[in-house]
Every structure is written in structure tokens, then in C-alpha cells.
Design a protein around this ligand. Structure first.
Ligand code: ACO
Length: 320
């Protein structure tokens, strides 16, 4: 039987680190105390003008490939999760493929907003387990700063830019132990960018709009449920998870999820304080941070979780 295991991880944050007080200095009607108390966010990184999702994805991918000890030519599947693609088309995955110098791999984007990385990872796992592909590059990359209304203090303080990547390869043992993905489109209105490009013009609203309290309640409910679902599939008790890496949107959502799962916060990876919410990039960014600082070790059980616009949500339980 073929399984899929993580062979390497990598990430990249733009060099421009912006503190809460820097937003105040730029004219956003907010303050550090409010942002820290309501969200836990202290800083985020913002891309330079002209720096795109594929640019961020390239560096994250190169770092993951270096850890895995593989070259671009070895990759036969590239999936990029993003809601902020470089273009309408071609896909960011094809642009990344070209920048990496890979030719011939299967390459496509996945759009599931903040759950995008979980969707992409699950798809890649199924490709590998089917035997059709052997080495996948799975990336979450976002420049959410481009779709924020900087006059809307209730949303613009929450997000940041960045990319995270994983090399997933065929193996004789797991690897990924269980996955679960869900969506409920009836909640499309509580978090969306309800605009489009049509006839050379922006039609509708090109900025992120959110009902924060509705999103908060939804996220807490589904994150704990989907983690339990994954544990049931794998036949493991939630307490046996070594590390929980939830989507990094808000420290209060993360703490409530950990509490519902019965996990102490010292087994939860938190980067939202330093990265803000980087949507599809948030989980692989946090995974990379915890692998590189030595907290996550080979053989440990790690639960990854996402929730985002759609609404979409999902989890993957893996033996690292
Ligand atoms: N600075 C200062 N004051 C602010 C700010 C700000 N940046 N934003 C809003 N306020 C004010 C409001 O105007 C309001 O003032 P009022 O009482 O005078 O009217 C007050 O703060 C309270 O506003 P609420 O929106 O009720 O604040 P709430 O406690 O709900 O916190 C927040 C808002 C942080 C967005 C919260 O609802 C939340 O975390 N929701 C989850 C949303 C989230 O994480 N989304 C990420 C995307 S979704 C995802 O990734 C899954």
C-alpha cells in the first residue's frame, strides 16, 4: 500500500514587518490594545508593491524542496491554495512551476480560502495514494493586503501576507493518517470578497467583507468537530495528538478550539501573534516555524486544521 508523508517544509514572509502601532501611524483608526485583546495579533508582514503570491510561493517551495533533498525536476504534482492569485489565469501553480523550472508536472490552484491548504494537501495525498503521482509540492500563498479595505478597521488589522509549502512524497508507511473536508455554501455571506472583473471593470465590491461575530462562532464550532472526526477515522484519542496547528485567525478562536479538544495550549502552535491571518498560508507557515525551531519532531502526531470563506473547513492528522 502507498501512503503520503511530509518530506520537507518551507515558508516565506515578506521583509516588511508591520506592528499594530505602525497601522495607527498610517492612519488606521485603531490601537494596539484593542487588536491584541480581541485577536492576539501584534504584527503581520506585508508584501511589497509588485510582489505576488507566486513570488512568495517560490521561496517557500525552494526551502521545502531543500529540506526534502529534491530538485524541481523531481516534482510531478504542484497544487497552490490561494484566494489572491497573480492573475485570473493562468493559475498561480503554473506560474510557480515556470519559476521553479519544472516542466510537465500536473499543476493547478485550489480555492477554499483559509481552508485552502487543507484542501490542497488532501487532494495531493489522494493523488499519491492512488499511485498516479509520487512527489507533490503543496503550497498556500497569499497577498491578502491587496483585497483589504484599509478604511475598514474591523478587517484590515487582521490579515497578513506570506507563503508556506510542503513536499509530500510516496512512502511505505504513513504519513498522513486521516483527512476530513467539508463545506456549507449557505454561509457565503458572512465572509466574502463579493466582486469580480467583468468587461474591463470591477463589478461589485473588490474588498474583503466579514461578519466577525458570525465567523467567530462558526469557526469554533467546526474546528473542534472536524479534529474529532479525523481522530475517529485514525482511531486515535484527541489527547494523543502531540501538536495542534489550527488556522491562525484569532487567538481566542484557537484557545476555544484547544479547550473543546481537551488540549493544553503548550501543545498548540501559535503564530497569529506574529503573522496575523495569512489565510491559506497560515497552517504551512505555522508548521514550518515549529519544525524549524525543533518543537515538531519526526514521528510525532500533528493535527492541521483550516476554516474559511465558503464556508469551508477541514483537518489532516499526520505522523510527521
Ligand atoms: N480597532 C478599534 N476598535 C475597533 C476595531 C479596531 N480595529 N474594529 C472594530 N472596533 C470597534 C467596533 O467599531 C465596535 O465599536 P462600538 O462598540 O463603539 O460600535 C467595537 O470595536 C466592537 O466591535 P465588534 O465587531 O463587536 O468586535 P468583536 O468583539 O466581535 O471583535 C473581531 C471583532 C476581532 C473581528 C471578532 O469578531 C473576531 O475575531 N471574529 C473572527 C473573525 C476572524 O477571525 N476572521 C478572520 C477571517 S475568517 C477566518 O480566517 C476563518
Amino acid at each position: 500500500m502507498t501512503f503520503a508523508r511530509v518530506a520537507g517544509v518551507g515558508s516565506y514572509l515578506p521583509s516588511n514587518r508591520v506592528l499594530n502601532n505602525d497601522l495607527v501611524a498610517r492612519g488606521v483608526d485603531t490601537n494596539d490594545e484593542w487588536i491584541v485583546a480581541r485577536t492576539g495579533i501584534r504584527a503581520r508582514h506585508l508584501a511589497e508593491a509588485g510582489q505576488t503570491s507566486s513570488d512568495l510561493a517560490l521561496i517557500a517551495s525552494q526551502r521545502a524542496m531543500e529540506m526534502a533533498g529534491i530538485d524541481a525536476a523531481d516534482i510531478d504534482l504542484i497544487i497552490v491554495a490561494t484566494s489572491t492569485p497573480d492573475f485570473v489565469f493562468p493559475s498561480t501553480a503554473c506560474l510557480l512551476q515556470n519559476k521553479l523550472g519544472n516542466k510537465g508536472a500536473t499543476a493547478f490552484d485550489v480555492q477554499a480560502v483559509c481552508s485552502g491548504f487543507l484542501y490542497a494537501l488532501t487532494i495531493a495525498e489522494k493523488f499519491i495514494r492512488s499511485g498516479s503521482h509520487r512527489k507533490a509540492l503543496v503550497v498556500g500563498a497569499e497577498v491578502f493586503s491587496r483585497i483589504l479595505d484599509w478604511n475598514d478597521r474591523a478587517t484590515c488589522v487582521l490579515f497578513g501576507d506570506g507563503a508556506g509549502a510542503v513536499v509530500l512524497e510516496a512512502a511505505d508507511s504513513p504519513g498522513i493518517l486521516a483527512t476530513a473536508l467539508h463545506a456549507d455554501g449557505s454561509h457565503h455571506g458572512i465572509l466574502s470578497v463579493p466582486g469580480n472583473v467583468c468587461g474591463g471593470k470591477v463589478v461589485g465590491d473588490p474588498f474583503l467583507r466579514m461578519d466577525g461575530q458570525a465567523v467567530f462562532k462558526f469557526a469554533v464550532r467546526v474546528l473542534a468537530d472536524v479534529a474529532k472526526e479525523c481522530c475517529d477515522v485514525a482511531g486515535l484519542a484527541p489527547e494523543s495528538i502531540d501538536w495542534l496547528i489550527p488556522h491562525q485567525a484569532n487567538i481566542r478562536i484557537i484557545e476555544a478550539t484547544a479547550k473543546k479538544m481537551g488540549l493544553p495550549m503548550d501543545r498548540v502552535i501559535v503564530t497569529v501573534d506574529q503573522h496575523g491571518n495569512t489565510s491559506a498560508a497560515s497552517v504551512p507557515l505555522a508548521l514550518d516555524a515549529a519544525v524549524r525551531d525543533g518543537r515538531i519532531k519526526r514521528g510525532q502526531k500533528v493535527m492541521l486544521e483550516g476554516v474559511g470563506g465558503g464556508f469551508t473547513w477541514g483537518a489532516a492528522l499526520l505522523e510527521f
